[in-house]
Design a protein around this ligand. Structure first.
Ligand code: AHM
Ligand code: MG
Length: 337
């Protein structure tokens, strides 16, 4: 008998049954997020034929010019998620304030955050992009929902993942029980489990950083990269390889598949900014996935998941991936301090 394929639905039902790892409401919420990702994947695939490429005439809260697909993906996620009764509110890279579930729908107990289309600069050039998401529980000590309810440390996440729109559309998910990967079967229209218990090797010979910012880096980051570049003849005694896709989803996906270290560190360009990437809907979900796969994630000084956010669109310095490399980076930061 041919081996039975395990759909995302079945995987989630089994997670729910096994020691009640996820409550029913969370399972349904994740199904809706996955459905929205399928729909975004379709829009991405159509590209110029669907009229979805190019720039919209607007800026987001971070002052970045929005692409049409940024806005489309944001709308798809909101429309798919607001009526199901699982959520109290949503927050997005593309919206200044939180989106509370309208009164006409029942309010659930979860909070959903997302970067609807990560890697925006790659949309128009047909390079992998993705959706990143993170789920929290709304604190139950008060009625209603407010922005402050979202300001929880990454350790409080109850589910996190991303969907990458590349040569394949792949959903990668954790509910705190390891990391599982699902590939979209376009004929069936469903996500099928293609890898379970993903593990990141502790050592690597591959790093990802935007080298054009080198002159602005802090000393520990410069030291780390200098040593990688010195290769076999240097203190590391081995040659390193470099990759930079400029889509965090794609760089993190590679690291989950074969190891590596990804860095978007604080730098001196705008010293008052903690980093480029956003804590709540980029760094936290990715850090949890990486930790669940045996890797590590730090801002240089602290574990990212322990950071207590002070605002929704907070930025953070990010270094994540193969455990021994991230520990080395942490050590270089500690030595400087
Ligand atoms: P975005 O959310 O606006 O797409 O920005 C985040 C992206 C990351 O996916 C990627 O790692 C980084 O920005 C690339 O930045 P740069 O163009 O500075 O290399
Ligand atoms: Mg992003």
């Amino acid at each position: 008998m041919a081996q039975q394929k395990i759909s995302l639905t079945r995987y989630l039902v089994e997670q729910q049954r096994a020691d009640g790892l996820i409550p029913g409401q969370l399972r349904l919420l994740l199904e809706v997020v996955a459905r929205a990702c399928k729909s975004i994947s379709q829009a991405v695939n159509k590209g110029a034929l669907g009229g979805v490429l190019g720039t919209a005439e607007s800026e987001n809260v971070q002052g970045e010019i929005q692409k049409k697909l940024d806005i489309i993906a944001n709308e798809v996620l909101i429309e798919a998620n607001e009526w199901g009764g699982h959520l109290a509110a949503m927050a997005s890279e593309e919206m200044e304030s939180i989106h509370v579930v309208p009164n006409r729908y029942p309010q659930g107990e979860y909070l959903l955050m997302f970067d609807p289309l990560d890697g925006s600069s790659n949309i128009d050039v047909n390079v992998s992009i993705g959706t990143i998401f993170s789920v929290l529980k709304k604190p139950d000590d008060h009625p209603g929902v407010q922005e402050g309810d979202f300001l929880q440390a990454g350790t409080q996440q109850v589910a996190a993942g991303y969907c990458i729109y590349g040569p394949q559309t792949t959903l990668v998910l954790t509910v705190g029980n390891g990391v599982a990967m699902f590939t979209l079967d376009r004929e069936q229209g469903s996500f099928v489990l293609t890898q379970e218990d993903i593990q990141i090797p502790a050592d690597t010979k591959e790093f990802a950083i935007n080298m054009s910012n080198m002159r602005h880096w802090d000393e520990p980051v410069k030291r780390y990269i200098d040593e990688c570049l010195a290769g076999k003849e240097g203190p590391r005694g081995k040659d390193f390889n470099m990759r930079w896709i400029a889509s965090m989803v794609a760089d993190v996906h590679r690291i989950l598949m074969r190891g590596g270290v990804f860095m978007y560190p604080w730098d001196k360009r705008e010293p008052e900014k903690a980093g480029k990437l956003r804590l709540m809907y980029e760094a936290n979900p990715m850090s949890w996935l990486v930790e669940q796969a045996g890797g590590a994630a730090t801002n240089g000084k602290q574990r990212i998941l322990d950071l207590k956010p002070t605002k929704l669109h907070e930025r953070v310095s990010v270094m994540l991936g193969s455990r021994n490399e991230v520990e080395r980076l942490t050590q270089y930061h500690a030595e400087k301090a």
